[in-house]
Design a protein around this ligand. Structure first.
Ligand SMILES: [Mg+2]
Length: 418
């Protein structure tokens, strides 16, 4: 079987890059995206200039300003970032119909069928980078591989560190490039898992790959207990570049559910205000994907993993709505109710949202009352990025979230200023 060629394309410092391209006067200034009026809030993105001065993503605004006093902190304008992300998807879709959003600034492309028009995968990657740069001002990095995980690993560990921003990781250089990486760099290995692997004396990805699969399973059982076989097989396969998951195109795909989740550094997500920022990001993404695929859903699910530093526990709850929807404010309202009802108040290390019981939205629109039709059309119009991206297309925060959101946060989209 012919090897696939998959790209993972990542926007560098995405929110900050979008802001800088919208504000040429900031070109030579260190810029970060966060709430300038909440020093305890989190830096969501920092431009390379700011990073060079020590500013890091997910640290407190106050901490960042202490390190870099001339840092320009800009309020996030989520809807603009979503629009730019959609515009970038459109560019990708002009090269292949297999485009799968992974997050707001990362997308997978299966370009196997498009390569005959280009001298190499790298040449195609460069052309896409140039086109995205011209259209949006965002510099992208391209990881190339025969599987999604190799492409993602190529992007995160190699392409991001190179000036040309392109790197290919495949079965010819897996042993020389992938295997010497620390197990902590491995896809889906968090700090806790890395600690287990270190304790087992497995420091590099190659240490797993070189082991017999059954032997690795046996060692994992000793370390983690009997239920670890599935994990053991998964990590062993990843270490050898085995990953059958296809790029699932966002177009014409029958779906049962649309979901999105995010792992978080739990030390930073302790307050409802900070957690809600992420919940809303997830809702926005899930609703965008639902509309893009022509679906509405009637069941909203929220999952969270909570931790006290030693122990982790979680909940997953769902709610059936009166009617199907893909409207951001309606899904967000249900998510907030569910989360507040079941959250025990501990720091959160993972959040997950899904919209299930999907139906074709063409039919559902007919049953909408007027205000919902308008809301749908407005959100859909925003999805269709033709409009100049920017403030006109932005949804008013008041319509996105119910009025109950803390007064301090009025005028924000779940903690992000619109
Ligand atoms: Mg990025």
């Amino acid at each position: 079987m012919k090897e696939k060629v998959i790209f993972l394309i990542d926007g560098q410092s995405f929110y900050a890059s979008v802001e800088k391209s919208a504000r040429p006067d900031l070109k030579d200034k260190p810029v970060a995206v966060g709430d300038p009026e909440r020093r305890s809030g989190i830096i969501l993105a920092a431009c390379p200039l700011a990073k060079a001065k020590g500013v890091t993503t997910a640290e407190r605004v106050g901490q960042a300003l202490a390190k870099c006093p001339d840092l320009v902190v800009i309020r996030p304008r989520m809807q603009m970032y979503i629009n730019v992300s959609l515009l970038i998807s459109k560019i990708f879709e002009s090269y292949t119909d297999q485009v799968e959003p992974y997050s707001i600034d990362e997308q997978f492309l299966d370009v196997t069928g498009s390569l005959h028009q280009f001298s190499s995968a790298e040449a195609l990657a460069e052309q896409i980078q140039a086109q995205v740069m011209i259209s949006t001002g965002v510099w992208t990095r391209v990881g190339i591989g025969p599987t999604k995980i190799l492409a993602k690993t190529a992007a995160d560990n190699f392409a991001k560190k190179r000036t040309e921003g392109v790197f290919r990781l495949d079965y010819t250089n897996m042993e020389s490039e992938l295997w010497p990486l620390s197990v902590h760099q491995m896809f889906m290995v968090n700090t806790r898992m890395a600690r287990h692997l270190y304790r087992m004396g497995l420091l590099q990805i190659g240490d797993i790959a070189r082991m017999d699969q059954l032997e690795f399973r046996r060692r994992m059982r000793l370390e983690m207990g009997k239920q670890s076989d599935i994990q053991a097989d998964y990590y062993w396969q990843i270490s050898r570049g085995i990953d059958p998951s296809p790029v699932v195109s966002s177009i014409r795909k029958k779906l049962k559910s649309v979901s999105h989740g995010k792992a978080l550094r739990s030390s930073l997500y302790q307050t409802l205000a900070d957690i809600e920022v992420v919940l809303l990001e997830l809702v926005v993404e899930v609703c965008r994907r639902s509309r893009g695929r022509g679906y509405m859903g009637q069941v909203v699910s929220v999952g969270a993993v909570e931790t006290d530093g030693d122990r982790s526990w979680g909940f997953g709850r769902q709610m059936t709505l009166q009617e199907p929807t893909s409207l951001t404010h309606e899904v967000a309202a249900a998510v907030r109710i569910l989360f507040k009802r079941y959250w025990s108040g501990s720091p959160v290390s993972r959040l997950y949202i899904s919209l299930d019981a999907l139906t074709d939205d063409g039919v559902m629109q007919l049953t909408f009352f007027n205000d919902r039709v308008k809301a749908y059309q407005r959100e859909h119009a925003i999805d269709n990025i033709k409009n100049r991206y920017g403030s006109d297309a932005i949804i008013h925060a008041s319509s996105l979230l119910e009025s109950g959101v803390a007064r301090e946060r009025a005028g924000q989209i779940g903690g992000h200023y619109k």
